[in-house]
Write a protein that binds this ligand. Structure first.
Ligand SMILES: *[C@@H]1O[C@H](CO)[C@@H](O)[C@H](O)[C@H]1NC(C)=O
Ligand SMILES: *[C@@H]1O[C@H](CO)[C@@H](O)[C@H](O)[C@H]1NC(C)=O
Ligand SMILES: *[C@@H]1O[C@H](CO)[C@@H](O)[C@H](O)[C@H]1NC(C)=O
Ligand SMILES: *[C@@H]1O[C@H](CO)[C@@H](O)[C@H](O)[C@H]1NC(C)=O
Ligand SMILES: [Ca+2]
Length: 509
């Protein structure tokens, strides 16, 4: 009897062990969804004028971050920062990647797809890649603008659905990292004006527009849209926003299709889903700016293993620089010890894993940003830090006019702003073009008291201590991230032996 009982005990014990082993080896995957130039045009962020049921459904299974920020408000630099965890000045992607802009990350950078593939994880990208070189950003499965039409892989949600299906149905046992990079809701007036200013007509079934079978376009009148404080409230801007909203409906339905594919393939309970956008919306004071309106991003993190915070809103400050550490943490992959250049200190990620926030609210309250170029001609270096309510922006080359990109220049909103300014009509904008072009070297704002960032407190003695504290924080981050601009604009970085700033006596110090 005793023998039978102890045998039974051992059999049960071994079954338990096996179950534990299976549980321990349970596959974990990641689906990263990045929209192009998307903002808070979604009911998830309380915009009641727009319908985004699929983002809403994702939010029901996500922690929604209210204070998420990009580290740079430009496409390629931001995508490189997302995929390396390093700011643009550290990974080398100083500006846009395509054509004459020609920016690339440094050859020695260890990117997320590289680290994942070395750890035996299958990687895929569908949509807009916009980073290079190839050796730094390798993907096992890649359907991008490099070998397809960006309209097809980035905006045709039926095509995207089929590519996601192809990726998920591959006979491959490895865990996966799938990066779906929508080109929606980017502007179009500069590249494919025949489809409308936001490509809002592409695939709508009208004559010459082609058909996207899975898309039911949502239409909005200019009266229906909500105009954020940083966009002039004019008929031109409202029509522009209405077009953007229609394109957001394609993004939203595309996200629904991608999530349905994930579910149909049986991965909904082992896949971490992250949704965000690369930079601010393409309106004045938005994209290419380090103001709140240029850097604040939507961010949803959905973990099937952490239902306790689903549908909650987090106030913790998070950065797109946190995506790489989060994904590495999810897969339990350590960040390697290495230097990008022989002469430099070892690389350290300045971001953090977001996984602890999925269990309980975290005290995170600081984010950093660094911008160099957008287009190659748009050199306007800036560094910024936001800590709690205070945002400090350092405009290194503040004597130059702030540059304007080609795509935004021809937008109806900016053309209207230009012509109203030229002809002396009311602009209905919260700034003047003059103040937009010419900025102070230091801009300090109290976001809580002054959400539209119009009262620069940098020269107000009452904020002297805050200013000094934030300057010191920013400088510390610049040193920690090997920022070549750390001494600009009043010094020169001499980095032989002990790196230090040597003064220029140019009157700026
Ligand atoms: C939306 O509004 C509700 C009610 O005021 C608030 O509780 C919630 O945090 C808001 N959501 C976001 C993402 O800000
Ligand atoms: C793009 O490249 C992938 C390999 O990464 C290949 O499977 C696919 O067929 C290519 N697409 C086109 C349209 O050439
Ligand atoms: C979108 O993709 C589907 C599937 O490849 C195709 O049938 C359809 O014609 C495409 N639509 C457009 C507008 O290109
Ligand atoms: C995922 O979990 C939910 C809730 O426990 C369950 O209803 C569903 O069947 C699971 N899906 C898979 C593919 O296991
Ligand atoms: Ca973008």
């Amino acid at each position: 009897m005793g023998f039978v009982r102890s045998s039974l005990f051992f059999i049960c014990f071994f079954i338990l062990l096996i179950l534990c082993a299976i549980e321990g080896a349970k596959k974990r995957n990641v689906l990263l969804i990045i929209a192009d130039d998307a903002g808070f045009e979604t009911d998830v962020y309380n915009n009641s004028a727009i319908r985004t049921p699929h983002l809403h459904a994702l939010a029901q299974r996500s922690l929604v971050f209210r204070n998420a920020f990009t580290s740079v408000s430009s496409c390629s630099p931001s995508r490189s920062a997302i995929l390396t965890g390093l700011p643009q000045h550290q990974n080398g992607m100083y500006g846009l990647h395509q054509d004459v802009h020609h920016f690339n990350s440094f050859d020695g950078v260890m990117s997320l797809p590289l680290l994942l593939s070395q750890a035996g994880i299958r990687t895929g990208i569908i949509g807009k890649k916009h980073v290079g070189p190839q050796t730094v950003y390798p993907f096992d499965f890649a359907h991008t603008e490099e070998n397809s039409s960006v309209l097809q892989v980035g905006r045709n949600i039926t095509k995207i659905k089929l590519l996601v299906r192809q990726f998920l149905q591959a006979k491959d046992d490895r865990p996966f990292f799938l990066y779906v990079a929508f080109h929606d809701p980017h502007r179009c007036g500069h590249s494919q004006p025949q489809y409308g200013v936001f490509c809002e007509k592409f695939g709508n079934g009208e004559s010459g527009m082609g058909w996207i079978p899975d898309w039911k376009p949502e239409h909005y009148t200019p009266e229906q849209v909500q105009v954020p404080y940083f966009i002039p409230d004019t008929p031109a801007a409202r029509a522009d926003l209405a077009a953007q909203y229609t394109t957001v409906s394609r993004l939203d339905q595309g996200i629904g299709l991608v999530l349905k594919e994930l579910q149909d393939a049986g991965f909904e309970n082992d896949t971490l889903v992250i949704y965000s956008s690369d930079n601010g919306i393409p309106f004045p004071n938005g994209r290419t700016n380090l103001y709140w309106s240029g850097t604040a991003e939507p961010m949803l993190v959905s973990s099937p293993e952490h239902p306790q915070r689903w549908a909650q809103v987090s106030q913790s400050f998070v950065s797109l620089l946190d995506i790489t550490p989060t994904v590495l943490d999810w897969f339990s992959i350590p960040y390697p010890e290495y230097s990008i250049f022989r002469t430099q200190q070892p690389v350290q990620l300045s971001g953090k894993s977001l996984l602890p926030a999925l269990t309980s609210e975290q005290p995170w309250s600081t984010v950093y940003a660094s911008q160099g170029h957008h287009e190659v001609t748009m050199y306007y270096p800036m560094r910024a830090v936001q800590q709690g309510s205070y945002r400090l922006i350092h405009n290194l080359n503040f004597k130059m006019p702030f540059p304007i990109d080609q795509d935004f220049y021809i937008s109806p909103t900016f053309q209207d702003l230009l012509s109203r300014t030229q002809s002396g009509q009311p602009t209905h904008w919260f700034k003047t073009l003059q103040s937009y072009y010419y900025r102070d070297r230091w801009e300090l704002y109290d976001i809580r008291a002054d959400p539209s960032e119009i009262r620069n407190l940098a020269s107000d003695p009452a904020y002297g201590e805050t200013l000094q504290h934030l300057k010191a924080q920013l400088l510390k981050w610049q040193w920690a991230t090997s920022d070549p601009w750390v001494c600009a604009p009043d010094g020169v970085l001499e980095s032989k032996l002990t790196p230090q700033c040597r003064p220029l006596f140019n009157g700026l110090g």
